[in-house]
Design a protein around this ligand. Structure first.
Ligand SMILES: Nc1ncnc2c1ncn2[C@@H]1O[C@H](COP(=O)(O)OP(=O)(O)OP(=O)(O)O)[C@@H](O)[C@H]1O
Length: 256
């Protein structure tokens, strides 16, 4: 399959979103294709988290639609929306692990909530996910005993528990040292290859972006639109917008 005829797994259609008196994005459309790693970028407060919440159906847009594998997560009935949501794996910035549960219990939590699998099957699935995230020996640890990188990995393992192949990660490398962040990037690439996952990642980490992004979408609060959509290399060299080139060249203000 070539890049151009890959399936759209997320379609954002004529989206207008924001809050009363504050429109963040106006009439924006884009597709995220199967197996892509797409970074959502933009300055603080431009609406990255709001866009993520809108994509997962937790923030009704002012207008437009979001289709997940061609089904609307906005206009379907509640039961359908819940079913679509179970196909999306979300990792919040903090990892959002339950502090009173072990790592294994955290990963198993969605299986406990949404499946009737017998306990041994749920434990085995959770253990396999921890192995896939390269932390098989952490199953019985408490979240408070984990390093920052392991917390993120456990959060991703939990996001995968129900078999999601679309993963949305909020600032996965925030707070990680460069080596741990690079290792996490390698894991994301491996998961994409082995599980055929699609990743939507909110992050500004240029090193991660150049290592793993297929595409970057940059939100702009002034035009309330997407001012950049391309690979990081394309945007660094050829974006018509000097601010975009400046960002991808990691230049401080005044150098362009
Ligand atoms: N529930 C809410 N009600 C009203 N305004 C909100 C709400 N949530 C966020 N906002 C506002 O919407 C704007 C966008 O917020 P959002 O968190 O999406 O930005 P962001 O790009 O993710 O920012 P950051 O990079 O700082 O996390 C901000 O001005 C924020 O104050």
């Amino acid at each position: 399959m070539t890049e151009n005829n890959k399936k759209s797994v997320i379609r954002v259609e004529n989206l207008t979103m924001g809050w009363p008196g504050k429109i963040l994005l106006e009439n924006v459309s884009f597709d995220i294709l199967q197996n892509e790693i797409v970074f959502i970028m933009g300055g603080s407060g431009c609406g990255k988290s709001t866009l993520m919440k809108t994509i997962i159906g937790l923030n009704p847009p002012m207008a437009g639609d979001i289709l997940i594998r061609r089904e609307s997560i906005i206009h379907s009935d509640q039961e359908k929306i819940a079913e679509i949501q179970r196909g999306l794996g979300i990792m919040y910035q903090s990892g959002a692990l339950f502090g009173s549960l072990t790592v294994l219990e955290n990963v198993r939590f969605p299986l406990d909530q949404f499946t009737k699998l017998p306990m041994p099957a749920k434990d085995l699935t959770s253990q396999m996910l921890l192995a896939a995230l390269e932390m098989p020996h952490a199953a019985n640890l408490m979240p408070g005993e984990l390093s920052g990188g392991m917390i993120k990995r456990a959060g991703i393992a939990r996001a995968l528990a129900l078999g999601a192949t679309i993963l949305l990660l909020d600032e996965p490398s925030a707070g990680l040292d460069p080596i741990t962040a690079a290792n996490l990037d390698e894991t994301i690439l491996r998961l994409r290859k082995n599980l055929n996952c699609t990743f939507v990642i909110v992050s500004h980490e240029l090193k991660s972006i150049f290592r793993i992004a297929d595409r970057c979408l940059m939100l702009d609060p002034v035009s309330k639109s997407i001012i950049a959509d391309g690979s990081p290399e394309e945007l660094r060299e050829h974006s018509p917008n000097p601010r975009v080139r400046q960002f991808f060249n990691a230049q401080p203000d005044g150098e362009e």
